[in-house]
Design a protein. Structure first.
Length: 256
C-alpha cells in the first residue's frame, strides 16, 4: 500500500460520504486507499445515527479499500485501529484524548470523533471492500457543538485556536494508512496493548447495552479481550457488540 499517494474525490456538499461510497463500491482500489471527502454533509451517517456536519469546519471522510477476507476479518478491530489513528493525529497537535469503547475518541470526556466501518463482499466472492467513515470535529465552535445530542468538543474547543482542516486530514491519512499496513501484517495483537492504554473508564463500573439483542451487561470494565471486545468483571464472555450506556457515562463523569 502506497501511503504517499491516496486517490481522492471531494465534494463541496453531499448527503453523506459513507452513503456515496456504498453506492460506488467500484471506486475501491486493490492495495491502496481511495478517499471520499466533503466540506459539508446534509445527512451525515454515524454508528449511532446522524453526524452533525456544518460546512467547511471539520473532517467528513470515507476511506475505501479492497482487501482479502483474511485481512478484513473484523469490523471491531479495524474500527479501533481507526480510532487509534485519530488519537495519534490529535496527539501531534498536543491534544490528549481517550478511546471510549467501542471506537469513539473523547477529549476531556467529550466526543471529538467517531467512525463507522462497513464490509461488503466483492461480487466474485474473493475479497472484501472496506469502508472506513471518519468524522472529526476540527473547528466546530460552541454553537455547532451545542446542536449535538451528546457532550461534544472539537480541536478548536480543546486548544482554543483554529486548525487547517486539510493539514489535519493529511496527517490522519498517513497515520491511518500506516496503521492499516501494520494491522494487515501483524494482526490486532500488535495494537491491543496500545489501545488498552488509552481506554476511557477502565476500572470503572459501567453498563454495556445492545439494543439489537435487548441485552445489558454491567460490571467493572477490565479492558479488552483478544478480539477487541469489552471485558467486564463477573461476565465470562468477551462482549463484542453494544455501546456503553449513556446514563452510566454520566454517572462516571460526575464521580471524577
Amino acid at each position: 500500500m502506497n501511503c504517499d499517494y491516496i486517490k481522492r474525490k471531494h465534494f463541496d456538499t453531499i448527503d453523506s460520504t459513507q452513503v456515496y461510497a456504498r453506492n460506488n463500491l467500484d471506486l475501491a482500489i486493490k492495495e491502496n486507499l481511495f478517499l471520499i471527502t466533503a466540506s459539508e454533509q446534509t445527512a451525515g451517517v454515524g454508528r449511532s445515527g446522524d453526524w452533525v456536519s456544518p460546512a467547511s469546519l471539520n473532517i467528513y471522510a470515507t476511506f475505501m479499500l479492497k482487501c482479502s477476507i483474511e485481512e478484513c476479518k473484523s469490523i471491531l478491530e479495524l474500527s479501533q485501529i481507526t480510532a487509534l489513528s485519530v488519537f495519534n493525529t490529535l496527539k501531534k497537535y498536543g491534544i490528549v484524548g481517550s478511546l471510549k469503547w467501542k471506537n469513539d475518541v473523547l477529549v476531556e470526556g467529550k466526543k471529538i470523533s467517531g467512525n463507522l466501518v462497513e464490509f461488503f463482499n466483492e461480487k466474485d466472492g474473493n475479497g472484501v471492500i472496506s469502508l472506513i467513515g471518519i468524522g472529526l470535529n476540527v473547528n466546530s465552535d460552541t454553537n455547532n457543538l451545542s446542536s449535538i445530542n451528546q457532550a461534544a468538543t472539537s480541536m478548536k474547543d480543546a486548544a482554543s485556536k483554529e486548525f487547517i482542516v486539510e493539514e489535519v486530514l493529511g496527517k490522519l491519512e498517513t497515520e491511518l494508512c500506516e496503521n492499516i499496513i501494520k494491522y494487515f501484517e501483524l494482526d490486532y495483537a500488535a495494537y491491543k496493548d496500545e489501545i488498552e492504554k488509552i481506554l476511557a473508564y477502565k476500572d470503572k463500573h459501567l453498563c454495556i447495552e445492545n439494543v439489537a439483542t435487548n441485552t445489558n451487561y454491567c460490571g467493572k470494565f477490565l479492558g479488552l479481550g483478544d478480539l477487541g471486545g469489552a471485558l467486564l468483571e463477573g461476565i465470562e464472555q468477551e462482549i463484542l457488540d453494544g455501546s456503553i450506556d449513556k446514563k452510566t457515562v454520566t454517572h462516571i463523569q460526575e464521580d471524577l
